[in-house]
Design a protein around this ligand. Structure first.
Ligand code: PMP
Length: 402
């Protein structure tokens, strides 16, 4: 008798190699109403501009095109607004203004990352990623069959000197991914001289930098950092409306060299045809309303700064022995607890005590990070953050005399 083909479904070796996101799994647990969640990277619900979005939606819906399929590369008006906005940030550098043709709108910047990886990488290609790193990037690069090479971070962002050493020793990456400003999960920002050095290394060694920058506009202390893309042509910039308008719009974008933008657009045809015309029209309206957007950003920055200060102040008081980099923007505070603390083991007890965080090991690319925790301070007002720190202290505080 001929053996019947196995009916067991099979998945590709590449897919089998993708690590699940502990964070997305955690979101279910931390959604319990009795838990103050510092786990998800969620923008503050109380600061999302729902009324302004509703007005923009009503206005957009007067045009029948708002509920129609749209162009794969994105709504022309949004591409223009994003191009102007990126030009204002300095993305074009000495090359001059960013053109609408250089912009591809995507379903969140996560889709840009996925399509970019598929457009550029062949299985086995080396990709550099920061360690600890953005889990969504790690997943994308694993799914593309890349060989992921971790490079460390310090107070000033990616250790570009470590990358230079690896390159000198023969490493030939196709992509180097960096969350350049207010890093997820470390909270730190790539120093200006490292930005220049990274762009120069890209020119010299022929790799592309992926500047993943959803948080740059949320700067507490001054203007947003100058993009890495200002310093060279071999930089693909990813931007997002998620942290400054609303994640539910699912609007992000890629700005890059024409052949990269064209390849990403081509792959998007097969991925989802086009984005939501309606939410793109809303995003274009809000981003083009300069006075409103500037005021809204100001509100987000002030609230973020007050929340970060409240959280770190309470941690300083209640968790002696913990250290962190002072957040200067963005949404995350990376707590390092004394050696010997196991934040993964502590998490179930923390949830019992009514507080959630993401253990550092969830972001580890190379080694383990057992005594670290990522805490998102953006989602709650100061008094709730103080209560969260109090609850954290009940499970993470080092007993005196230890
Ligand atoms: N990049 C980084 C570094 C992020 O933290 C996130 C969201 N957590 C994204 C990209 C994706 O965001 P979105 O798809 O909502 O634009």
């Amino acid at each position: 008798m001929t053996p019947s083909p196995s009916s067991a479904p099979t998945i590709s070796a590449r897919t089998a190699g993708v690590r699940g996101s502990a964070i997305r799994d955690l979101l279910t647990l931390t959604a319990r109403p009795d838990v103050i969640s510092l786990a998800g990277g969620l923008p503050a619900a109380d600061l999302l501009p729902r009324e302004r979005i509703a007005r923009a939606a009503a206005e957009a819906l007067t045009d029948p095109g708002a509920v129609q399929y749209g162009e794969t590369a994105g709504l022309a008006r949004l591409r223009e607004v994003v191009a102007a906005h990126e030009t204002g940030r300095g993305t074009g550098g000495a090359r001059g203004p960013v053109r609408a043709a250089d912009v591809v709108v995507t379903s969140g910047s996560q889709q840009a990352l996925d399509l970019l990886a598929r457009a550029v990488l062949d299985p086995g290609d080396a990709v550099v990623i920061e360690d600890p790193g953005y889990v969504g990037a790690l997943q994308v690069f694993q799914a593309a069959g890349a060989r992921v090479v971790p490079v460390g971070l310090d107070e000033h962002g990616m250790r570009v000197d470590e990358l230079a050493d690896r390159l000198a020793a023969g490493l030939r990456p196709r992509l180097v991914h960096t969350v350049s400003s207010f890093h997820n999960p470390r909270g730190v920002t790539l120093a200006a001289e490292r930005r220049r050095a990274l762009a120069e290394l890209a020119e010299r060694h022929g790799f592309l930098v992926v500047e993943d920058d959803p948080y740059g506009l949320l700067s507490f202390d001054g203007p947003p950092p100058e993009p890495v893309a200002a310093h060279g042509e071999r930089v693909v910039r990813l931007g997002s409306a998620s942290k400054v308008l609303a994640p539910a719009l699912r609007v992000g974008w890629l700005v890059g060299p024409p052949e990269i933008a064209a390849a990403v657009e081509l792959l998007r045809q097969g991925a989802d045809l086009c984005g939501s015309t309606l939410t793109q029209a809303i995003a274009a309206d809000l981003l083009a309303d300069h006075d409103w957007f500037a005021g809204h950003l100001d509100t987000l920055r002030r609230a973020g700064a007050a929340r970060a200060a409240a959280f770190t102040g309470a941690v300083a008081e209640l968790l002696p022995g913990a250290t962190w980099s002072r957040p200067t923007g963005g949404m995350f505070c990376w707590l390092e607890l004394p050696a010997g603390t196991d934040t993964t083991a502590a998490l179930p007890r923390a949830l019992e005590a009514g507080v959630g965080f993401v253990p550092g090991s969830a972001f580890a690319v190379g080694g383990a990070l057992p005594s670290a925790a990522r805490c998102c301070f953006a989602s709650h007002p100061p008094e709730v953050l103080r209560e969260a720190a109090r609850r954290l202290a009940t499970v993470l505080a080092v007993p005196s005399g230890r």
